[in-house]
Design a protein around this ligand. Sequence first.
Ligand code: HXC
Length: 259
Amino acid sequence: MQDLQDIIVSDVQKGVLTITLNRPEAYNALRTNLLQEMADTLDAAVLNDDVKAVLVTGGEKVFAAGADIKEMASLDAVGVMNDPRPTYWRRINAFPKPMVAAVNGFALGGGCELMMHCDIVIAGDNAQFGQPEINLGIIPGAGGTQRLVRAVGKSMAMQLVLSGEFISAEQGRDFGLVSEVVIPERTLERARQLAEKIATKPPIAVRLAKEAILKSYETTLDSGLNLERKAFTMLAATEDRNEGIAAFMEKRKPNFTGK
Ligand code: HXC
């Protein structure tokens, strides 16, 4: 992999690859290079069988304050049209393994949208979420108008996007943006604990479960149930399913191999 400037990528530990956004001087603003590094890292992680889950964090103080406004300022309409960032977002969105976010401090604009690309969000009680793009004369551009509605419902999505107001970690949890709120010193540890636990589960079942849940965003109940049934059937052909059931019967821990 190329030298990374904007993110830190850990070695895989206990099946978990940790990506730390690393532009503290700009509150981890998501400039093009950062998104490209994330997309490249995730593409490589798809092919690496050692990676069972990914942990995304911005560190102790801030998750990400959005797109890099200074970089954005130089783009006219043609520049925005030819902007490579949407392709990086699509690659991040297509990552098939579970992603857990550990969020302290601000998750704003593209930062909130990056958080919503993650499958589970653990937030510190100092976290603040918002889509303040309206203050810049723009709207969310990485799925905020779509994912936010699905996450928090229409009224709160409208409130965030139209007013630019921030909400707290607790409000984020109450509205379903976040699954747990902890003290900021515990955010990374709790998110890592979850990612490591998921990494011990049978990977094909994890992958199909993620796919089925995400499908619920964009399909009818009937075709979602159909997809679930097909995935359920497919899992009956895996060694891990036989191992899981055998381990239960034999009262021992399963040894999943990803086959
Ligand atoms: C570039 C940013 C930045 C951003 C903060 N900084 N946010 N630089 N892009 N989004 C930089 C500041 O310029 C400053 O550096 C340093 O980080 C610290 O910021 P301060 O403003 O001094 O800190 P504070 O007073 O604590 O306020 C924090 C803040 C504020 C509330 C997060 O910085 C803020 O409102 N940032 C912008 C948030 C935003 O509008 N996000 C949406 C972006 S648009 P210097 O060197 O200047 O001191 C977007 C569209 C997504 O995300 C589209 C998807 C592709």
